[in-house]
Every structure is written in structure tokens, then in C-alpha cells.
Write a protein that binds this ligand. Structure first.
Ligand code: NAP
Length: 253
């Protein structure tokens, strides 16, 4: 069994702890929770610590905290030459403290505590300085997913930027769509089949092939009538920038 101490109690820690529950390869021996009042759902309280000085010895320390805190948390681990991993899409490997061996275990998915998710299909991006450490991280990852990738810090940053476009920005566009629906007394659920089909299409077509809409067709009259319809300045700006980008991209082809 590979013993793992998880550090953090947020979205990612919560999902990883639950994914490794009763696992045959990985045993979560302890979880560090900063906030004295917070526990972890379905994880025994006696295995939780609130103090770095009480951290148990383990094979691996899995840091699942805010990006800004990763370096300082890694420096507070009271051991040397252990394998310490973080789960961030954008923090470079070398931000981890050098007294321990460094690695990355980046699960490429959007996690919210309130939404259950299966890890089986979630890509886990792995990076390590040493081959043996890479193999150990891969073993941990394969205990919960079918998809593991060797990704260096630069590639991981590129993935994270791409992910901001395809996930965070797209979700924000849903927020805009939702408020336009609300303002016009239309249930947002009417758009759900369209949202799902748009996401599903890229399984069989490239994003460029799947693109439709007034900007793709260069339907200027429709575009202008949409811009006249929009009253919110920021929504207008977003509409203009995306429309221009789709038209320019079409010209390049
Ligand atoms: N959420 C995602 O979709 C996602 C996906 C892939 C990777 N990641 C990465 O996973 C990591 C964790 O993200 P998350 O979404 O789980 O964040 P989160 O839900 O905001 O949780 C952050 C955790 O970090 C702890 N923390 C913050 N500052 C700390 C400090 N100085 N010392 C000790 N603990 C500290 C917080 O403790 P308190 O509760 O006490 O504030 C909390 O437990 C990040 O590196 C993120 O980039 C996130």
C-alpha cells in the first residue's frame, strides 16, 4: 500500500479523499485541515490534524491548497526526501520546497464539493524530477483513473489556459445566457439540449467544423440586430470580441 497524507480540505481534497476511499493501492493515512472547525465528510475525525508538526510519516504528501499557498505549505512539511506533490494546473514543479522530492498530480477536471464525479475518465497530468517518482505517482493515479499523461510544467500551463477558455469562460457565457433568459421570462432549461449537443459535437467534429451561428456565416444584419438588442455594455463587448474573432478565424482558413 502507498501511504498518502492529503493537505487541504477544499474541492480537490474532498474529491480525491473520496476517490481513494477503500482503495487497494493507496491508503490516505491522514488529512491536514487548516481550519479547526472544518472536518471532511466520510473521513474519520481521528485521522485529521490541524497542525503541521503533527503530520504523520508517509510515502507521499499531496498538497491540495490554493495555488498561492503551495510553496509555503510545502516548506512547512516537517520531513526531508519525501515525495511531495501538488494538484495545480499552473504552479511550476520547482515552486515546491527543495528539501523534499517534487512532483505534480494535476487532475484535469472542474471540481465542486457539492457535485459528485467519477474519477475513472478524468485525465491526471503527472510530472516528476525522477523516473522512480514518476512511476510512483503513475501508480497512485492509475488506482483511480484510466487516463494518465506525462506533462511538463510548460505544457501544464498551456492546458490550464486552454481549460480556462473551454470551461471557465464557457460557463461564464452560460451565466450571461441565463440572465438574458431571466430578463425575458424564459426558462434557462430551454437552452439545455443546445448546450449538451454543442459539447457532444466535439467528440466527432473538430471545434472549427462544429462552429455555426451568425458570425460563422458572416450574417451582418443578424449580428447588428443582436448588438442593438443587448443593453448591457459588457455583454455587448463580449459579443463583439467573440464575433470578430470567429470572423477573423474563418478568413484564415
Ligand atoms: N477546483 C478545481 O476545479 C481544480 C481542478 C484541478 C486542480 N485544482 C487545483 O487544486 C488546488 C486546490 O483547489 P481547490 O479548488 O480544492 O481549492 P479550494 O476549494 O479553494 O480549497 C483550498 C484549500 O486550501 C486551503 N488553504 C488556503 N491557503 C492555505 C494556507 N496558507 N495554508 C494551508 N491551507 C491553505 C484552504 O483552507 P481553508 O478552507 O481553511 O481556507 C482549503 O482547504 C489548487 O492548486 C487548484 O489550482 C483545482
Amino acid at each position: 500500500m502507498i501511504s498518502v497524507v492529503v493537505i487541504g480540505s477544499g474541492n480537490v481534497a474532498h474529491h480525491l479523499i473520496s476517490a481513494f476511499n477503500n482503495n487497494e493501492t493507496v491508503n490516505i493515512v491522514q488529512v491536514f485541515v487548516r481550519n479547526l472547525e472544518k472536518g471532511i465528510e466520510n473521513f474519520p475525525n481521528e485521522k485529521i490534524t490541524h497542525s503541521f508538526s503533527n503530520l504523520k510519516e508517509a510515502d507521499v504528501y499531496l498538497i491540495c491548497v490554493t495555488d498561492n499557498a503551495i510553496a509555503s505549505v510545502s516548506s512547512q512539511i516537517p520531513f526531508k526526501n519525501k515525495l511531495v506533490l501538488h494538484t495545480s494546473g499552473s504552479v511550476p514543479l520547482n515552486h515546491l520546497d527543495s528539501k523534499n522530492r517534487k512532483g505534480v498530480f494535476y487532475p484535469l477536471q472542474t471540481f465542486s464539493k457539492s457535485k459528485t464525479i467519477s474519477f475513472r475518465e478524468i485525465p491526471i497530468c503527472i510530472e516528476a524530477e525522477k523516473e522512480d517518482d514518476f512511476a510512483l505517482i503513475e501508480k497512485i493515479a492509475k488506482a483511480i483513473t484510466l487516463k494518465t499523461y506525462s506533462i511538463d510544467s510548460n505544457q501544464r500551463k498551456a492546458i490550464h489556459v486552454a481549460a480556462v477558455f473551454v470551461c471557465n469562460f464557457v460557463n461564464y457565457l452560460y451565466t450571461i445566457g441565463n440572465s438574458i433568459c431571466e430578463e425575458n421570462k424564459i426558462p434557462f432549461e430551454i437552452l439545455e439540449p443546445l448546450i449538451l449537443e454543442t459539447a457532444n459535437k466535439i467528440k466527432t467534429l473538430s471545434p472549427q467544423e462544429a462552429q455555426t451561428g451568425p458570425a460563422k456565416r458572416n450574417d451582418t444584419e443578424t449580428i447588428n440586430s443582436h448588438l442593438n438588442f443587448l443593453t448591457d455594455t459588457s455583454q455587448k463587448e463580449i459579443y463583439k470580441i467573440l464575433t470578430k474573432s470567429i470572423i477573423d478565424n474563418g478568413k484564415k482558413l
